[in-house]
Write a protein that binds this ligand. Structure first.
Ligand SMILES: Cc1ncc(COP(=O)(O)O)c(C=O)c1O
Length: 469
C-alpha cells in the first residue's frame, strides 16, 4: 500500500535501517531486496567512500576490490574529480544547451582522438554503455546505406540490456527469453575461421559482399573473464576488411587501463572501426559513455549536413559530464595509471596463481590481465555435481552459485573485502580494484582469499547459515 509521505533531501540520511529496506521493497524492487538479504548486505550501507575504501555506518572500513565493477579506475571520490565538478558548478557553466556548440564536448572528443590510434577521430557521447553500443550499431547500418543490416556477435558477449544491445549479447541469463531483434547472428568466440566462413555464407552473388554491416566484439569477455587465442584479433580485423564489414570493439568493461593497456585491443596492434567505452571514462562521478569512429566511417554515415543530427540524445554533451571525463583522462595520464595497472596486475596474477597451486582442490582456474583478475572456484561438493544435474536439471547451477556466494560473503563479513561474482559465472570471484591500489592492499585481498579457502567449505557453510539464524 502506498504511503502518503513526501520526502525532502535531508530526510534521506535520517532513514532508519528498516525504513530503507521497506522503501526499497515497496517502491524499487522487492526481489532485489531479497537478494541483498541473502548476501547479508541489506542492513548495511555506506556513509562515505574515499580512494580504495568504503566506510560503513557501523564503523567498518571495507577495502573495495570491485572498483565499482570497473567504473572506479580512479578510486572513490578522487579529489581532482570533486574539484572539477565543484568548479563547473561554481562558475555556473552552461550545462545543457542544444543551440550552441559545446567546447567541453569538442575538447573531450579531440582528446579521445589523440588517445586512440590511427584515424579513430569522431566521437559521440551519451549516458550509458548500452547507449554507446546502440549508437555504434546504428552508425554501422547507416555507413552501409541501410542496405546491409546484419550484425554478427559472438557466443561469449555482453553488450548491455537495451533492446539492440541485448540482441547482440550471447548470454541467455541476460536475454531471459526476450524477443531479440532480427538480423543478429552468433558465431563462436575466438574462432576467426568460423567468422570468415559465416561472412562467406552471407555473400550475395551480385555484389560478392555479405548482408552484414558489423561484427561486434568484446576483446576480452569481461563478465566471465574469457580471453581469445593470440592472433584472433588480427585475423578478425583482416576478415572484416576483406568482406567490408565494420569491426566494433566494445571496451566498456576493459577500457582505460583495466587490462594494462589504455584499451585491450592495443595488445594486438589493430585499429577497430568503432570503439565503445564507458565506466572509468566518467572518473567515478559522471554517467558518461561514448564511441569513437574512424574518419571514413563517420563521414560516410553522418558526414552530410542532412544526416548530421540523425543520431543524438538529450543528455549527450552535458558540460559537467564532459568536463569530468576530460579531467579523468588527465588524471589517468598524470598518475601513470595504465603502467601501474600493468605492473601491479602482474604481481596480483602471480599471487593468485600461487594460491591456485596451494588449493588445487578448491580453485579451478585463475585468469586475468592488468588489474582484472578472477578466481574460479570448484563448486563445493563438485563431485556430486553430475548426480545433481541428472536429478535436478533446473537446479544444475545451484552449487556454483552457492559456492560463490559463501566465499564472497565470508570475504566481506570476516575480512572487510568487497569483491564480486562473475556475471553469469557465479563461482568466479572477481577483483577489479581501482588502478590507484597499493601493493599492500592487493596482499590484504589475496591473504583474505587464502584464509577463506583454508577454512574449508563445511566451516564456511555453517558460518553462512548462522548469519541468517
Ligand atoms: C562489455 C560491456 N558492454 C556494455 C555494457 C553495458 O553498459 P551499461 O550498463 O552502462 O549500459 C557493459 C556493462 O557492464 C559491459 O560490460
Amino acid at each position: 500500500m502506498k504511503r502518503k509521505k513526501w520526502y525532502k533531501l535531508e530526510d534521506v540520511e535520517k532513514l532508519s535501517v528498516q525504513e530503507r529496506i521497506d522503501l526499497t521493497v515497496d517502491y524499487v524492487n522487492p526481489g532485489m531486496s531479497k537478494l541483498f538479504k541473502i548476501l547479508g548486505f541489506d542492513r548495511i550501507w555506506a556513509v562515505s567512500a574515499e580512494g580504495m575504501y568504503i566506510n560503513l555506518q557501523n564503523g567498518r572500513k571495507i577495502l573495495d576490490m570491485t572498483g565499482g565493477n570497473c567504473v572506479l579506475g580512479l578510486g572513490h571520490n578522487h579529489p581532482k574529480i570533486l574539484a572539477c565538478r565543484k568548479k563547473i558548478a561554481e562558475e555556473k557553466r552552461l550545462e545543457l544547451c542544444k543551440s550552441f556548440l559545446s567546447p567541453y564536448t569538442a575538447v573531450l572528443s579531440a582528446n579521445m582522438a589523440n588517445l586512440l590510434p590511427g584515424d579513430l577521430q569522431y566521437s559521440f557521447f551519451c549516458g550509458s554503455g548500452a547507449e554507446a553500443v546502440e549508437g555504434a550499431l546504428k552508425l554501422a547500418q547507416k555507413h552501409h546505406g541501410l542496405q546491409r543490416n546484419g550484425i554478427v556477435y559472438t557466443d561469449h558477449s555482453f553488450h548491455g540490456k537495451t533492446h539492440a544491445a541485448m540482441s547482440v549479447s550471447s548470454m541467455d541469463d541476460t536475454r531471459h527469453n526476450f524477443q531479440s531483434l532480427g538480423h543478429c547472428y552468433q558465431v563462436p568466440y575466438g574462432d576467426a575461421q568460423a567468422l570468415e566462413a559465416f561472412f562467406r555464407s552471407r555473400c550475395s552473388k551480385e555484389t560478392g559482399k555479405p548482408d552484414i554491416c558489423a561484427f561486434i566484439l568484446e576483446v576480452i569477455h569481461g563478465t566471465r573473464l574469457i580471453f581469445p587465442p593470440k592472433g584472433y584479433l588480427k585475423e578478425v580485423r583482416e576478415f572484416c576488411v576483406k568482406y567490408d564489414v565494420l569491426l566494433i570493439v566494445d571496451e566498456i568493461y576493459t577500457g582505460f587501463g583495466r587490462t594494462g593497456y589504455w584499451f585491450a585491443f592495443e595488445e594486438e596492434n589493430i585499429i577497430p572501426d568503432i570503439v565503445c567505452y564507458s565506466k572509468t571514462f566518467g572518473g567515478g562521478k559522471a554517467s558518461i559513455a561514448g564511441y569513437t569512429t574512424r574518419v571514413p566511417v563517420f563521414m560516410k554515415a553522418y558526414g552530410r549536413t542532412d544526416d548530421s543530427m540523425i543520431h543524438s540524445s538529450t543528455f549527450s554533451g552535458m558540460s559537467e559530464e564532459c568536463a569530468t571525463a576530460i579531467e579523468a583522462m588527465n588524471i589517468m595520464k598524470d598518475e601513470n595509471l595504465v603502467e601501474i595497472s600493468r605492473k601491479l596486475g602482474k604481481y596480483l596474477g602471480q599471487r593468485l596463481l600461487a594460491l591456485s597451486e596451494k588449493y588445487p582442490g578448491s580453485i579451478k582456474d585463475v585468469r586475468g590481465r592488468g588489474l582484472l583478475w578472477g578466481v574460479e572456484l570448484k563448486p563445493m561438493l563438485y563431485k556430486m555435481e553430475p548426480t545433481i544435474k541428472k536429478l535436478f536439471p533446473s537446479k544444475a547451477s545451484f552449487l556454483p552459485v552457492l559456492t560463490g556466494v559463501v566465499a564472497l560473503t565470508e570475504l566481506f563479513h570476516s575480512y572487510d573485502i568487497l569483491a564480486y561474482l562473475g556475471f553469469t559465472r557465479r563461482n568466479l570471484i572477481v577483483f577489479s580494484p581501482s588502478l590507484i591500489i597499493e601493493k599492500e592492499e592487493l596482499d590484504k585481498a589475496v591473504d583474505a582469499i587464502d584464509k577463506v579457502l583454508s577454512s574449508g567449505w563445511l566451516t564456511l557453510g555453517k558460518k553462512f547459515i548462522s548469519r541468517y539464524i
